[in-house]
Design a protein around this ligand. Structure first.
Ligand SMILES: *Cc1c(COP(=O)(O)O)cnc(C)c1O
Length: 390
């Protein structure tokens, strides 16, 4: 066999794979596994969205649409971005893709030349580094500290910038930490990026999962210079429990959006037509459903944080958004993979080792699960930790 593309061949298989296959094995044996590994809402897609999609199918809306997305959806997104995010994008500046992940990977492909550097704060969402590498770029990691709420300080950003730096990735609220930049902190990060003429790739996928401590803000809303340097990325998966629909989008300054749309026209033709009709309804009709889901997440956040923090030897910053907690388990002297493997083996609790996100001292628990699962799983984790040496 001929050699594969070197960058693709070097992509590390996800560190979470071993854990999820072990969890599946335990379940197949009939054991009750408490799962905290999910990266998606546990709610069903709201009915109003499904009905709109069914209507689109019945009306034979099954053909290709414009490569950059259904015009009606881009108009609705333009209105949403103006009203909710304070960022004025013309519909032609918005590219709807097959998920936020697809939008992000095409953004990096549009942006990067070989050897260009992209600054990624650690812990990071595990796909960013691979997306950057596949696009020919080089990820540059900035390690954030729990003392700083896992937020990158502006001086850390400054120190990581080189003549090759092209962009910085900001994900607030964050997967995996659940932490958020305040609007003031976000603005300072943006100012540094502007001063060095960098792009800010602003992944706002968790914008609605916020619980009152920190106000969510969009980088592009701070003013013209911020807007000119920002690519706003978002999607339907998390807000509307639409992970399997595969719809996300990027909004960008005109020349960037034009190049991005051309790329997508060759890579994907267009996103799924009837799914996009569902997305129009999501934006126009599903706000009450979102409010209910966010309220459920808020109650779970409070409870899981309380239970995790009560475990002796575990340190946890209180997450302000998304649906994850990211406790530090360092005091037990185990790496995150060993901790997670043994927790699964001994107590049948599935969590994601922090090493998957570039931090081996923590584990990630998702609270996109029932309150009962939280109660029982955390009791089991407490028993597990009590049996470990500190
Ligand atoms: C889930 C997620 C996405 C996008 O998911 P899609 O299903 O592809 O829309 C993007 N960024 C982060 C940080 C996520 O957790």
């Amino acid at each position: 066999m001929k050699q594969l593309n070197q960058t693709v061949a070097a992509i590390a298989p996800s560190a979470t794979l071993a854990i999820s296959s072990k969890a599946a094995e335990l379940k197949a044996q009939g054991l009750k596994v408490c799962a905290f590994a999910a990266g998606e809402p546990d709610f069903n897609t709201p009915d109003c969205i499904k009905v709109a999609c069914e209507r689109a199918l019945d009306a034979h809306k099954t053909r290709y649409v414009a490569a950059a997305g259904l015009p009606e959806l881009r108009v609705a997104l333009s209105e949403k971005l103006a009203k909710e995010n304070g960022a004025l994008y013309d519909p032609t500046q918005i590219v709807v893709a097959n998920g936020g992940k697809h939008a992000l990977s095409q953004v990096f492909q549009t942006m990067l030349n070989p050897g260009d550097e992209v600054i990624i704060p650690t812990p990071y969402w595990l796909s960013y580094p691979e997306m950057v590498r596949v696009a020919g770029g080089t990820p540059v990691f900035v390690e954030t500290r729990v003392e700083d709420g896992f937020l990158m300080r502006p001086d850390q950003l400054e120190a990581a910038i080189t003549p090759r730096t092209v962009a910085v990735v900001i994900n607030s609220p964050s997967n995996p930490t659940g932490m958020m930049y305040t609007p003031a902190q976000l603005r300072v990060i943006g100012e540094v990026a502007i001063a060095h003429d960098l792009w800010v790739v602003s992944d706002e996928i968790y914008e609605k999962m916020v619980y009152g401590e920190v106000e969510q803000a969009s980088m592009a809303s701070f003013g013209p210079a911020f807007y000119d340097h920002t690519i706003t990325v978002n999607g339907f998966s998390k807000t509307f429990a639409m992970t399997g629909w595969r719809l996300g989008y990027a909004a960008a300054p005109k020349p960037f959006a034009k190049a991005l749309a051309s790329l997508q026209s060759h890579m994907a033709s267009a996103p799924n037509t009837f799914a996009q009709w569902g997305a129009v309804a999501a934006l126009k009709e599903a706000a009450p459903d979102v409010t209910k889901m966010v309220a459920a997440f808020a109650a779970r956040r409070d409870r899981i944080y309380e239970l995790v923090s009560a475990i002796l030897g575990v340190r946890c910053a209180k997450p302000q958004g998304a649906f994850y907690v990211f406790p530090n388990i360092m005091s037990f002297g185990l790496g995150s993979l060993e901790f997670a493997s043994r927790l699964l083996e001994e107590q049948h609790v599935a969590v994601v080792p922090g090493v998957a996100f570039g931090n081996d001292r923590c584990i990630r628990l998702s609270y996109a699960c029932s309150m009962e699962n939280i109660e029982e799983g955390l009791a089991r984790m407490a028993a597990f930790c009590a049996g470990l040496k500190r």
